[in-house]
Ligand binder design. Structure first.
Ligand code: ZN
Length: 131
């Protein structure tokens, strides 16, 4: 099956965007198998986690900012966005999702999120269906 490319416009410097419905809309109706979603950018990330209570994402953002402050005296990267690269590496740039008869299989409280760490920007997502 052909790879799909989606476009997501982020609106803040740092944010977590629920992209579950965007992905769901792009899954062929009768498809069952694995969908790999990949973000080809070095300052954002993808993950699956709780989407019911927005405070979980606030807590995640605050904790990541504490773990990786925007400026550190020893950062050398000339672009000045080392923190965004490091957060992207910590979380990862792809998720592997189970699809059953055209529907994403996720836990009751789970959503798929795009993490923006150096926005706002236009971001691409690639989805490859396997099986
Ligand atoms: Zn950079």
């Amino acid at each position: 099956m052909k790879m799909k490319e989606l476009h997501i416009k982020t609106t803040k410097h740092s944010e977590f965007i629920d992209i579950t419905e965007t992905i769901q809309r792009n899954i062929p109706k009768a498809y069952s198998g694995i969908a790999v979603v990949y973000v080809p950018h070095t300052t954002c990330a993808l993950f699956v986690n709780e989407g019911a209570d927005p405070d979980v994402m606030k807590d995640l953002g605050n904790k990541l900012d504490k773990l990786v402050p925007w400026k550190e005296p020893y950062f050398r990267h000339l672009e000045g966005n080392s923190a965004a690269h490091i957060k992207s590496i910590l979380i990862g740039n792809s998720v592997t999702l189970i699809v059953e008869e055209g529907t994403l299989k996720l836990g009751t409280w789970e959503k798929v999120f795009l993490a923006e760490f150096d926005g706002p920007r236009q971001r691409k997502l690639w989805i490859q269906f396997m099986g």
